[in-house]
Design a binder for this molecule. Structure first.
Ligand SMILES: Cc1ncc(COP(=O)(O)O)c(C=O)c1O
Length: 374
C-alpha cells in the first residue's frame, strides 16, 4: 500500500450534496433553517420516538439530556467504565455522582448483573451505552429500572440503526442520545441528537441547547436557565437528512465490512473478537475491534506500530474511567475495581472500518494482521 488507510473514511451521498446545496441556495445556514426540524422529525421517527432535539455533538446531547431530568445534586448515576469520557463528564458537570460498572469480556458492554448489583437507594438514572456495534442485553436492566423508578438514558451513539430483539436501539431509553461525528453510522460532520417521548424532557432539552432564551418575543434576552449554545446548523442538518435516506445501504455495508473481517480473523488463536451475533442482535460494527488474548505474548502498541508501518491506521480502545489521569487527580473512582474494562483498555485496538473502505483494503488489512500475529 502506498497511501495510509485511515481508521475512518466517511461516505457522502448525492442526496447529502443536493440538500446542502438547497440550504445554501436559500441562505438558511444557521440553526434556524428548515432542515433542523426536518432532520429532527425524520430521525426521531426512525428511532420510534415522538421528539428529537438536534445538538452540536453527542457529548452535548448527554449533558443536556441529563440536565433535563432535574435530578437532585449528588444522585447516583450508573455508567459504563469502558466507554468514551463524555458520559462521566456529563454526569459530573451536572453535579451528580457517576458510579462505574465494569464491562463484560464477551460483549465488551457494561455487565448486566454488575449493573443491577450497583443499584442503591441513591441511584436515580442508568446510562446504558451500546459499545462498538453490539447492544447491551437490555431486558433485565429495563425491568429492574422500571420497578425501581430509575430513569434510563440510552446512549446509542455507536449503534444508529441497530436492533435489539427486532426493536430499534435508542427507542428503549426514557431519553436517548446519539452522535453524528464523522465516524458514526450517519454523520453531520459534528452533531448529535436527543430523542424522547416525554414532553417535559423534550421542552427542557430544546431550551437548554439554545441558551434557554425566554419564549417571550419582547423579553427574549431574559433567560430561563443556564443553558448552552449547543445548536446544530441547517447545513449540518441537511447533511444528516441526506445520510438518513441512505441508512439501509450504510447498515448493510457496515455489516459487510465487519463480516468480512470476522470471517478472516475469527479462527486466529491469539485474539478475541466482539460477538458477531447474539440471540438478541446482529453486530453493526461501528468499529472492528481486536482484543489480544490474556496469554498472548504480544504487546498492543507494538502491533499497532507494525500495522502503521504497513500503512494501516489503528486506534487503541477506550481507557477505563478508573484509570483516567484527570479522575485520579480529582480522587474519583479510587476504590473502583474494573478488571475487565482495564483488560480491554490495555489489550484492544481497532482497525479501519469506515464506509469509504474497499474490499481489497479489508483483505490487505486482515492478511497483514494475520502475518504480524503469526
Ligand atoms: C458512546 C458514545 N457516546 C458519546 C460520544 C460522544 O459523541 P461526540 O464525539 O459527538 O461528542 C461518543 C463518541 O464517540 C460515543 O462513542
Amino acid at each position: 500500500m502506498k497511501k495510509l488507510i485511515p481508521v475512518n473514511i466517511p461516505k457522502i451521498f448525492q442526496e447529502d450534496k443536493k440538500y446542502i446545496n438547497q440550504a445554501l441556495k436559500t441562505n438558511w445556514i444557521s440553526s434556524e433553517g428548515p432542515y433542523v426540524k426536518k432532520f429532527e422529525y425524520k430521525f426521531s421517527k426512525f428511532n420510534k420516538k415522538k421528539f428529537g432535539v438536534a445538538v452540536s455533538n453527542g457529548t452535548a446531547a448527554l449533558e443536556i439530556a441529563i440536565k433535563s431530568l432535574g435530578l437532585k445534586k449528588n444522585s447516583e448515576v450508573l455508567i459504563p467504565s469502558f466507554s468514551i469520557i463524555s458520559t462521566t463528564n456529563a454526569v459530573l458537570k451536572n453535579n451528580l455522582k457517576p458510579v462505574l460498572v465494569d464491562a463484560d469480556l464477551d460483549t465488551w458492554n457494561m455487565n448486566v448483573e454488575k449493573t443491577i448489583n450497583k443499584i442503591t437507594s441513591k441511584t436515580k438514572a442508568i446510562i446504558i451505552t451500546h459499545i462498538y456495534g453490539l447492544p447491551v442485553n437490555l431486558k433485565k436492566i429495563i425491568k429492574v429500572a422500571k420497578n425501581k423508578k430509575i430513569i434510563i438514558i440510552e446512549d446509542a451513539a455507536e449503534v444508529i440503526g441497530l436492533k435489539y430483539n427486532n426493536k430499534i436501539c435508542g427507542s428503549f431509553g426514557d431519553i436517548s442520545t446519539f452522535s453524528f461525528y464523522a465516524n458514526k453510522h450517519i454523520t453531520t460532520g459534528e452533531g448529535g441528537m436527543i430523542c424522547t417521548n416525554i414532553k417535559k424532557y423534550y421542552e427542557k432539552c430544546k431550551s437548554l441547547r439554545n441558551l434557554s432564551f425566554s419564549k417571550s418575543y419582547y423579553n427574549r434576552f431574559n433567560h430561563d436557565d443556564i443553558g448552552w449554545n449547543y445548536r446544530l446548523s441547517n447545513l449540518q442538518a441537511a447533511l444528516g437528512y441526506g445520510q438518513l435516506e441512505n441508512i439501509n445501504w450504510i447498515l448493510k455495508r457496515k455489516r459487510e465490512i465487519g463480516n468480512l473481517y470476522y470471517k478472516k480473523l475469527k479462527d486466529n488463536k491469539k485474539i478475541l473478537l466482539q460477538k458477531n451475533k447474539t440471540s438478541y442482535a446482529k453486530n453493526i460494527y461501528w468499529v472492528f475491534g481486536i482484543l489480544l488474548k490474556k496469554n498472548s505474548s504480544f504487546n498492543r502498541e507494538k502491533i499497532m506500530k507494525k500495522l502503521y508501518k504497513y500503512k494501516i491506521e489503528t486506534r487503541p480502545f477506550f481507557l477505563s474511567m478508573n484509570k483516567q489521569k484527570i479522575f485520579r487527580k480529582l480522587k474519583l473512582f479510587k476504590k473502583s475495581k474494573m478488571p475487565n474494562s482495564e483488560y480491554l483498555s490495555k489489550n484492544g485496538f481497532y482497525i479501519p472500518s469506515g464506509l469509504g473502505l474497499k474490499n481489497y483494503q479489508i483483505n490487505y488489512i486482515a492478511n497483514t494482521l494475520q502475518k504480524i500475529l503469526n
